[in-house]
Design a protein around this ligand. Structure first.
Ligand SMILES: [Zn+2]
Ligand SMILES: [Zn+2]
Length: 387
């Protein structure tokens, strides 16, 4: 069973939707045009219910099968773009300066719209398919906002599935794995206060640059000496701000960075150690440190059973040899993780071919992947709700 025929017929139409979204990127929760266009299409397709404003600008479409049934499956796409200046000469390139669809959420939205159109047309299943279009995946936790607004309970969603394009993975292929697939991301901000002084009399001050440098080094010992070497953890300090001129020891410094892990136990361990290292190092040198530790997206964990199911559907569409069952986990993050904390489900990579990488100014979603991804969605819904 390769590409669904009806989906193949819809390829040009879905491509046109995708390119329209690409030309009109919107950020975070401000996806007003995108959400309106999604809602209008879902209504036009004849969805039984179209609900807007869930998680501020999220949109949900409900499609009931021809046969009644208790089962409810959720299919999720993301709608937001990134604050990046597009560096392509595509005819449908971004019309908004400083914003572009550099993560392929235009493609994700278009493919799920295509699936919604097919499912509303055919309704060849028993139970309910819920298509979920979320805002603010790129750092705004839109999935979390939709859950807080009652998404999963209100529509009775029992399992959820997500999909992301993967540059480097050939078009027509899928990759997935059970267990942790993407990292938790926590943010640290360290405000240091020492004692400003003349650079020629360092003994009269407390040098926040020296203290900050020690903290940067000590933090790396957490990864090297506290975390089990067979587990994954990243601590990256990406901002170090201090000083104005070469003959003044600065009173203040600020460090900012990110912490990423693939297990909640490791996440907790690293947080505890970061707190101890920052406080202890600052005290050692007589400085004051104020640490703001903000927990972000959780680890994305694929459920065993739903992963096997998703892989089976992908194999039906792409062929068994085109589905990689041991996708390596990555230290990037995805807020679909919040949905997987609440319901069993699985997140799958779909090949985007030899494109520029995600979040690169020359990136573009590969429209050749549309029939593959759309077929995956419709077959997944029809199989999960087979009656
Ligand atoms: Zn992204
Ligand atoms: Zn993305």
């Amino acid at each position: 069973m390769p590409i669904v025929n009806r989906v193949a017929d819809m390829h040009p139409e879905i491509t046109a939707w995708r390119r329209d979204l690409h030309a009109h990127p919107e950020l975070l929760y401000e996806v007003h045009r995108t959400a309106a266009s999604v809602a209008e299409k879902l209504k036009h397709f004849g969805c039984d219910e179209v609900v807007t404003g869930i998680g501020r600008t999220g949109v949900v479409g409900v499609i009931r099968g021809r046969k009644a049934g208790e089962r409810v499956v959720g299919l999720r796409a993301d709608m937001d773009a990134l604050p990046i200046e597009e560096a392509t000469e595509l005819p449908y390139k971004s019309t908004v300066p400083g914003k572009m669809h550099a993560c392929g959420h235009d493609g994700h939205t278009a493919m799920l719209l295509g699936a919604a159109k097919y499912l509303a047309e055919t309704r060849n299943f028993a139970g309910t398919a819920v298509v979920i279009f979320q805002p603010a995946e790129e750092g705004g936790a839109g999935a979390h906002a939709m859950i807080k607004d009652g998404l999963l309970d209100r529509f009775g969603i029992q399992q959820v599935f997500g999909m992301h394009n993967g540059p480097g993975l050939p078009v027509g292929q899928f990759a997935i794995r059970p267990g942790p697939l993407m990292a938790s991301t926590d943010t640290i901000v360290i405000d240091l206060e020492g004692k400003g002084a003349h650079a020629g009399w360092p003994h009269r001050g407390v040098d926040t640059i020296l203290v900050g440098a020690q903290i940067v080094n000590q933090l790396q010992t957490i990864v090297a000496r506290n975390v089990d070497p067979l587990e994954a953890a990243v601590i990256s300090i990406c901002v170090f701000r201090a000083g104005e001129t070469e003959n003044v020891i600065p009173q203040h410094a600020q460090l900012r960075g990110t912490v990423r892990t693939l297990k909640s136990e490791v996440r907790t361990l690293v947080e505890d150690r970061v707190r101890a290292v920052v406080e202890g190092t600052a005290r050692l040198y007589g400085a004051k440190a104020n640490l703001t530790y903000t927990t972000g997206y959780p680890v994305l964990v694929n459920e065993e059973r739903q992963t096997a199911f998703a892989a089976e559907i992908a194999a039906e569409i792409a062929g068994r040899d085109k589905v990689h069952l041991d996708a390596p986990p990555i230290m990037g993050a995805e807020d679909f993780a919040y949905m997987l904390q609440q319901r069993p489900g699985a997140f799958i990579w779909i090949g985007n071919g030899n494109s520029a990488g995600l979040h690169h100014p020359a990136y573009d979603f590969n429209d050749e992947a549309i029939p593959v991804g759309t077929s995956y969605w419709v077959r997944l819904a029809e199989t999960a709700l087979a009656g």
